[in-house]
Design a protein around this ligand. Structure first.
Ligand code: HEC
Ligand SMILES: [Cu+2]
Length: 324
């Protein structure tokens, strides 16, 4: 299964180097919004360095100068120049760049040409909905497939508390607020896998509320979305009936049906690169381990303990979900 998946990943052309060694660095921008933010950062860095050097030079000068001789500049010049003119100039330049980069993160007036995907934050995972894949909505979770080289509009909502959607290498953060819809405009220059995090404290497992944004070439994306739409658990009846009894109240296993959404949609769980909001690599055995130990792996998460379900049943469910 895992090998098969790796081959699929290689086949759709995602370079191995996409697992960048600085996945959360805003100083390794991979899209226009992040580039604008990094630029502001560098302006602030160099600007404050110049100011620091200037202040140090003045302090040094005050310490070593001969007090008998008249000062080279009067105190009035220092107060007006250093206290008012200089900060005003520095802050004006920063404001200009700040407003410009803030603007780069807003969705365009029309949103035309942008790829739209709806992301709903929950404690502590992300529900993903593509409004139109082959004529109908497609439901998935914790992994967001998008085109590279084209603007993406992330339509953000929350079902419980305030969360914040952040992919550091692609752009700024935007809050997901209950009862409100916010739209974040991002773009990835190149195909790759970009890591994201919830950036607003949202309860016990906030630190394990990550996700992956996978940018692909357009054709690969269409193929991958259709593959997810067609994904379904295997036909094994034992797994299916055990799932129905213990899990179906919270999880949908139909990629076209959103409800119930108390837990992530599991139709394409076998195709996801990670489980549990980006926390575990989806390697053989991990899903099964989750069913057994989920309150140890992610304490307090809103999935019920499965102590009452016997091992054979959990085995059957795991196999069924993984399509075996
Ligand atoms: C009371 C509701 C509830 C029940 C019942 C439940 N789950 Fe969950 N499940 C959740 C929630 C909530 C999460 C998300 C946990 C998190 O990441 O914080 C989850 C996560 C998962 C995940 C990880 C999905 C992903 O995208 O990584 C799997 C797999 C899973 N559940 C399988 C099952 C199975 C199999 C059963 C039945 C044996 C089951 N669940 C029963 C609520 C439930
Ligand atoms: Cu959070």
């Amino acid at each position: 299964m895992f090998l098969q998946r790796s081959a699929a990943v290689a086949a759709i052309g995602i370079p191995a180097a996409a697992a960048d060694d600085r996945p959360f660095s805003t100083l390794a921008p991979a899209g226009p919004a992040a580039a604008a933010i990094a630029e502001v950062w560098w302006w602030m860095f160099w600007g404050s360095l110049v100011v620091l050097a200037l202040v140090c030079a003045l302090a040094l000068h005050a310490m070593v100068r001969n007090a008998e001789r008249p000062a080279p500049f009067g105190s009035r010049l220092l107060v007006l120049g250093g206290g008012i003119a200089l900060p005003l100039a520095v802050i004006t330049v920063l404001l200009f760049h700040g407003v410009r980069s803030g603007d780069a993160m807003r969705p365009g007036a029309s949103g035309e040409g942008a790829f739209r995907v709806e992301v709903t934050a929950r404690q502590w995972w992300w529900a993903v909905r593509y409004p139109d894949v082959d004529g109908a909505p497609l439901f998935d979770a914790n992994e967001i497939l998008v085109p590279a080289g084209r603007p993406i509009d992330i339509v953000l909502e929350s079902e419980d508390v305030i969360h914040s959607f952040w992919v550091p290498r692609l752009g700024g953060k935007l809050d997901a607020i209950p009862g409100k819809t916010n739209v974040l405009r991002l773009e990835a220059d190149e195909p790759g896998i970009y890591r994201g995090m919830c950036a607003e404290f949202c309860g016990a497992q906030h630190a394990r509320m990550g996700f992956h944004l996978v940018a692909m070439a357009e054709d690969d994306l269409q193929q991958a979305l259709l593959e997810r739409a067609a994904a379904a658990p295997s036909r094994d009846a034992r797994g299916a009936s055990a799932f129905e009894r213990h899990c179906a109240e919270c999880h949908s296993t139909d990629s076209r049906v959103g409800a119930p959404a108390t837990g992530p949609n599991l139709a394409a769980v076998a195709l996801r690169r990670h489980l549990i909001a980006g926390w575990l690599r989806n390697e053989p055995g991990q899903l099964r381990r989750w069913l057994e130990d989920h309150q140890t792996i992610k304490p307090g998460n809103h999935m019920r303990e499965m102590d009452h379900v016997d091992d054979a049943e959990l085995d059957a469910i795991a196999d069924w979900l993984e399509g075996r």
